[in-house]
Design a protein around this ligand. Structure first.
Ligand SMILES: Cc1cc2nc3c(=O)[nH]c(=O)nc-3n(C[C@H](O)[C@H](O)[C@H](O)COP(=O)(O)O)c2cc1C
Length: 363
């Protein structure tokens, strides 16, 4: 029976344990000049501390494949050489502290161009360094401006941008890229009928709604080394169909299971199961609200799956892994509260923590 500290191999990559840092925006990128959207000293300290804290893998926050694909003007991006240099330093620092460096590639779509959450998170216009968001259809996220509907040519340009960022991520030394197709951002907004009302080959049927995300997966897989993994973060449900008071249709767990199978045929190695984000919707409060969906994907497809969300207790993480509900666990807010959460969890579970040599005296 695996524990959270049993190593796992995906393709040729060995990951020393199964407790990983979940991608979390920090809104702290350089915001001016050539270095715009580059990691800063903040990112170096923040991610290195979590790697030194025992994470098997550290997933860098949503990183825009283009300037207009960032969530905010303070997000990371990976489309030029200055950014690639700064990411190279960051990946090396994470690796030196014992974790696998990974980066989440993203386009924020109709939810792009907002302020830092601690400044209110409001949509920003051009006067405040914002831009006009794009989406599958002119259906705004509540409280946001109407997105411009992407043309087929523009969709192709974004596919190319994902591939170009993946090439840069590899050059920077990352072992894993994750395609962000969750939380109502661009790829998820194509998957969901709540935000995608297109009538061309990118809208309508399930096959049409998954077309653009699959094109992105194919383009990233084509440039990513055969021996290294590509992860996919999906929202397993929009929480619309679960709500008896909502008569709309959203993206569902059934569709996620089908999509996961197809994504794996296109070279995805791990499904990272999150949820929600397309439309405001009530989310259940039970602790397995989201890991239950990941477990279902694993049970029905046999794919390698990660769980995330409210895994605040080492014993619960251990149960999820030991009972084969999920293969690995992403931790978000626990690692904001405590950079050494994972080493402390090792101690709690009677396992060996992984301290960097400078911290040997902590043992
Ligand atoms: C401040 C913050 C920023 C986040 N940014 C991202 C992100 O960049 N990409 C992503 O896929 N999820 C993002 N998330 C979601 C987390 O990765 C995670 O899935 C979520 O917080 C649930 O896990 P937790 O209960 O362990 O925090 C963010 C969450 C927080 C709290």
């Amino acid at each position: 029976m695996p524990t959270p500290f049993t190593p796992i191999s995906i393709r040729s990559l060995e990951i020393s344990n199964r407790l990983w840092m979940s991608p979390m925006c920090t809104y702290s990128a350089a915001a001016t000049g050539d270095a715009t959207a580059s990691p800063t000293d903040f990112h170096l300290a923040h991610y290195t501390a979590r790697a030194a804290g025992g994470a098997g893998l550290v997933m860098i926050e949503a990183t825009g494949v283009r300037a207009d694909g960032r969530i905010s003007p303070y997000d990371l991006g990976l489309w030029n050489d200055a950014q690639t240099d700064a990411f190279t330093r960051l990946a090396a620092s994470i690796r030196a502290a014992g974790a696998v460096p990974a980066v989440q590639l993203a386009h924020a779509g109709r939810k792009a161009s907002v302020d830092k959450p601690w400044l209110g998170g409001d949509p920003l216009d051009a006067d405040r360094h914002g831009w006009n968001p794009v989406g599958p259809s002119p259906v705004p996220f509540p409280g946001h401006p109407e997105p411009a509907e992407l043309t087929v040519t523009e969709i192709g340009e974004i596919v190319t941008a994902f591939a170009e960022s993946a090439v840069r991520a590899r050059a920077a030394g990352f072992d894993v890229v994750e395609v962000h197709a969750a939380h109502g951002y661009l790829l998820h907004s194509f998957l969901s009928p709540a935000s995608n009302t297109r009538t061309d080959q990118y809208g309508g049927s399930f096959e049409n709604r998954i077309r653009f995300p699959l094109e992105v997966i194919d383009a990233v897989r084509a440039v990513w080394p055969e021996e290294q993994p590509v992860f996919l973060r999906v929202s397993t449900t929009d929480w619309i169909d679960e709500n008896p008071d909502d008569d709309r249709s959203g993206w569902t767990v059934d569709e996620t299971v089908q999509f996961a199978r197809i994504a794996a045929q296109h070279g995805i190695d791990l499904i990272d199961g999150s949820s929600g984000g397309t439309e405001p919707a009530p989310i259940p409060r039970n602790r397995d609200y989201q890991t239950r969906n990941s477990a279902r994907i694993k049970a029905e497809t046999g794919l390698t799956v990660a769980g995330v969300g409210r895994i605040n207790d080492p014993a619960w993480a251990a149960e999820l892994v030991a009972d084969a509900h999920v293969d690995a666990v992403f931790l978000g807010r626990p690692l904001l509260r405590d950079a050494s959460w994972i080493n402390n969890a090792a101690t709690d579970l009677g396992q060996q923590p992984r301290y960097i040599e400078q911290y040997d005296y902590a043992l």
